[in-house]
Design a protein around this ligand. Sequence first.
Ligand SMILES: Cc1ncc(COP(=O)(O)O)c(C=O)c1O
Length: 273
Amino acid sequence: MQEYIFINGQFVKSQEAKIHVTDLALLRGYGIFDFFRAINGKPIFMEDHLDRFENSARLMGLTIPANRVALRNIIQETIRLNPYPTLGIKMILTGGYSPDGYVPAEAPNLIVIGKPFTFKEPKQGLKLLSFAYQREIPAIKTLNYIVPIRLLPQLKAAQADDVLYYANNLISESSRSNIFIVKNQTIVTPQTGVLYGITRKHVLKVAAKHYAVEERDISLAEYWEADEVFTTGSTKRLLPIVQTDDVIFNKGKIGTITQHLQEAFLAYEKGVG
Ligand SMILES: Cc1ncc(COP(=O)(O)O)c(C=O)c1O
């Protein structure tokens, strides 16, 4: 089945969803996006994702050519036209068709893609490679994933799943997910230099019902000493990290608290969505 995609005011079949070569996202990487899932037709944490999408647009200096009500309607129509059990919904906003290849167009391009989505569930937990990098303007969900994509061959060679970014001796996040450590039953996640993940926000809420939680800087030294490490994101929910570089956490197995939060978050997501 061919998906329907919303592009500049109308839904078209995916093969017909085309954008002109003068778009500023192509020429200069100037654009933002957001991503969430709809399960059995029900969007998960949609208002949070719309808040972040609008915030990214504002910080980027782009105007979304649709208000909140219109965006919700586009999303509902995307779900109706693409009736998959789990749908991944990606909203993209670009600088539009630039008159001179640099200055943003008056009209940005808004695209909403609905595609079937399946979770990858590695049983063993993830392995990360640490990498010195700080995302530019971390609070914006920009289209720029140059650094982690360039690292893919290196990750493959090391049989690692993803990266752990750090800068000035502080850890921040992974390429597409947030990082949490567990130490002496306390759950800690970095507060600065990160994208404020929607999963992160809800996991913090769930965790606070059972444990002490802290949002603050985490040094690399503290990271290496963690009892458990896990990562959160819309495409992963909550997954254990059992290794980073040569350091193995919790003897390479999912930790008790990570497992508890994984189950608690799944139940919460089903209830709240
Ligand atoms: C850089 C980065 N950090 C964190 C996240 C996790 O955010 P969320 O839980 O909203 O998917 C993502 C993915 O969206 C990301 O790209």
